[in-house]
Write a protein that binds this ligand. Structure first.
Ligand code: ADP
Ligand code: MG
Length: 703
């Protein structure tokens, strides 16, 4: 049997998808559910009972013993509590397998241990999970057996969102409503729904599991906190798109099969820039499904690694000095009739609807660059953004030559008369085909780039949920669509009004367009001149959530309440402080219990050698010099360790919140760097045999 046929067979075999529903559900029930999925019609309990029963029967056939409401609290990862299908034992001593409609649509996990940012006091522990029927349930097979996973949203007793999904679904409703208004203006009366499409490219590292176990920094914080650079890094560019090694190939094969079974359309895979770094991308899906699938991808990346003696690192910067990992969030808007609102066509200057959409997006991104930046904030991401490997922390939009030219024409004259053409790519070799060239080259340094028929938001951190960035994107674009429609729906002369509005938006927000090199120093200067925000660290970006502008935006489109935004800001500060605290404590632990003792032992050996050499009547100045050098670094490390202990204790004793987070950033981080420096230098001076953990070279090149 060929591989292709097998893929088609296994794809989605563990998903309660459209075809399973059609097959198993009574016609009327299937119709009701479809109406709920497509039009948001409320589902009654009797219907839910029938669906639950069929879902359970199907899951049991797949070997499932348990079900779980699978949700995404603000921990960045998913949460689940498993219940088995068994009912109370019967008199006969036997049990039945049961699963009711109520159990399907609503769960009541004790919510007090999830981050709520003050939204829910610990005594008000009740939280609810609600079935998101627009993202299909699936059966997951792992060491715990088979489990029916039901994607859900997670709210507090009083209805506030405690997760990523609730606001995401709200933002999808907002963009749907406003997009429909916009396309109606241009005469589209058939489309009933507009959905954001999202395709996230996920980067990750793979290291040997045995070596991983010897590094406490990787275990506790997900990144190396010490480590000297190996003799070879990524300078030869020989890893990017390089041939995939056998062990990694076997891993990717299993990964793909696992993902396909649960309906994740894993599509591309390749080696990334850094050694031991790779990327996987699925085919784009509806935003909420894409968010769920990205979580499944991250979990599967980790789980499958254990079968191959590997460890998957999702941290944004596992290794200093080599490229880190991010996530490119590809985003567009698609109608239920299959039209992409971001498709410019061959002659964009004539595509007025597209140009209006573009003008609105430019406006949205310029007005809310701070919110977008915040949506990609993560302590790990601070090590990447602006570090010559990822976009800078300044948000700008790359349009490419063709569209920039159209925008310029519009700004200058209020009318665009032509579109630059791509032409043919001449290979100069007769046997190679001449390829049609895109009208626009790529730009790798832009944080927000137009790539053909979608925007690619490239700032997102590799381990973060793509929930936040998509919530922001959907909402800010919905706002600009709404403002535009408010004006255009009332216009007497529609043509003129559209042109005036596009010209106005593009002129006002042209400053956000930047097609040059985002890594350059000049851009920092230029961006400052343009007044674009440069929010360097995660915590610098948090205040964006709690401005009047933000409250107004999110409340207007019912995505977040003021209280929800305030709670999210609190959670961000808390998470930041906790992450840095763990890193600092891990460094203290490693330095005091492993690294400094190893160096002390090594100085003993050196001292003995120096003596023996001297006793033998030879010149021991080399040994003595070396000993002195190592000793001096050791003393430096000791002092830095003391300082780090003090400052970390001080930070930990502070009250949680903004001030504490800044203290970690301003004081603890530099103290960590001060300890790392002498220790990394020592690593290059101490006998490899005496160093108590695998080096960067061991981790990166011996996978
Ligand atoms: P790149 O060349 O940028 O590395 P990849 O092929 O690795 O591209 O990934 C591109 C991603 O963008 C895929 O997930 C793909 O499905 C997604 N994508 C393509 N078209 C759209 C679209 N219209 N809307 C959203 N995502 C899209
Ligand atoms: Mg890619």
């Amino acid at each position: 049997m060929s591989e292709a046929i097998k893929v088609a067979e296994i794809f989605g075999e563990d998903v309660f998808n459209e075809s399973v529903m059609q097959q198993r559900l009574p016609k009327k029930i299937y119709k009701d559910l479809k109406q709920t999925i497509e039009e948001g019609k409320e589902l009654d309990l009797a219907t839910a009972d029938v669906i639950a029963h069929e879902m359970k029967e199907w899951a049991i056939e797949k070997g499932a013993t348990h079900y779980t409401h699978w949700f995404q609290p603000l921990t960045g990862v998913t949460a689940e509590k498993h219940d088995s299908f068994i009912s109370a034992p019967l008199e006969s001593g036997k049990v039945l397998m049961s699963f009711s409609g109520k159990e399907l649509i609503k769960g009541e996990p004790d919510a007090s241990s999830f981050p709520s940012g003050g939204l829910r006091a610990t005594f008000e522990a009740r939280g609810y999970t609600a079935w998101d029927c627009t993202s299909p349930a699936f059966v997951r097979h792992d060491a715990a057996g088979a489990t029916l996973c039901i994607p859900t949203a997670f709210c507090s007793y009083t209805g506030e969102a405690l997760d990523q999904k609730t606001p995401l679904l709200r933002s999808m409703e907002a963009i749907n409503k406003q997009s429909l208004r916009l396309i109606r203006l241009f005469g589209d009366t058939t489309a009933k729904k507009v959905t954001p499409s999202v395709g996230p490219e996920q980067e990750y590292f793979l290291v040997d599991a045995e070596k991983f176990k010897q590094r406490k920094d990787l275990i506790y914080s997900g990144r190396t906190l010490f480590g000297a650079m190996p003799p070879k890094g990524q300078e030869l560019d020989d890893h990017y798109f390089g041939t995939i090694r056998q062990r990694i190939g076997a891993y990717m094969k299993e990964l793909n099969e696992e993902l396909w079974k649960v309906g994740v359309s894993s599509k591309t895979q390749h080696n990334e820039v850094a050694p031991a770094q790779h990327e996987i991308a699925p085919i784009y899906a509806k935003a909420n499904v894409a968010v769920d699938h990205n979580q499944i991808i991250m979990q599967t990346l980790k789980r499958v690694a254990t079968h191959h003696g590997l460890k998957c690192l999702l941290h944004e910067k596992p290794f200093a000095g080599v490229n880190g990992s991010g996530k490119h969030n590809n985003w567009s808007l698609t109608t239920d009739t299959g039209k992409n609102l971001l498709e410019p066509g061959k002659t964009p200057h004539e595509n007025i609807q597209f140009l209006l959409v573009l003008a609105c997006i430019l406006r949205a991104v310029d007005m809310h660059a701070d919110l977008l930046r915040n949506s990609a904030g993560d302590p790990g991401n601070d090590h990447r953004l602006g570090a010559d490997e990822a976009p800078p922390a300044i948000i700008s939009v790359f349009l490419g030559e063709q569209l920039e030219d159209v925008v310029e024409q519009l700004v200058d004259t209020g009318e665009a008369k032509s579109s630059k053409k791509g032409g043919k790519l001449m290979t100069g070799v007769k046997t190679l085909p001449d390829l049609a060239k895109d009208a626009t080259d790529r730009n790798r340094t832009s944080p927000f780039a137009f790539t053909g028929n979608k925007f690619e938001f490239r700032m997102v951190g590799s381990r973060d949920s793509i929930g936040s960035p998509n919530i922001v994107l959907n909402t800010i674009v919905a706002e600009s669509f709404c403002d535009a429609c408010d004006i255009l729906e009332k216009a007497d002369d529609f043509e003129k009004a559209v042109h005036d509005l596009m010209k106005e938006y593009m002129t006002k927000h042209q400053r956000i367009i930047f097609n040059g090199n985002g890594y350059s120093e000049e851009w920092l200067e230029e961006a400052k001149r343009r007044g674009l925000p440069n929010l360097r660290s995660t915590i610098d970006a948090v205040p964006a959530l709690v401005t009047e502008k933000s409250f107004k935006l999110f409340e207007r489109f019912h995505v977040f309440t003021k209280a929800e935004l305030e709670s999210r800001a609190e959670i961000k500060y808390e998470n930041y402080s906790k992450a840095i605290n763990i890193e600092a404590r891990t460094m203290i632990d490693m330095a005091s219990k492993q690294l400094i003792p190893a160096v002390i032992k090594y100085t003993g050996t050196l001292a003995k050698t120096a003596l023996v050499v001297k006793e033998a009547g030879a010149d021991n100045s080399v040994q003595v010099n070396h000993l002195n050098e190592v000793n001096a670094l050791l003393a430096k490390a000791e002092r830095a360790l003391d300082a780090l202990v003090k400052v970390t204790n001080k930070a930990a004793a502070m009250e949680e919140g903004e001030k504490q987070a800044h203290f970690y950033y301003d004081k603890v981080m530099p103290a960590m760097a001060a300890l790392r420096k002498p220790i990394d230098t020592l690593e290059m001076k101490v006998d490899k045999e005496a160093w108590p953990m695998p080096s960067y070279g061991d981790l990166l090149f011996e996978v």
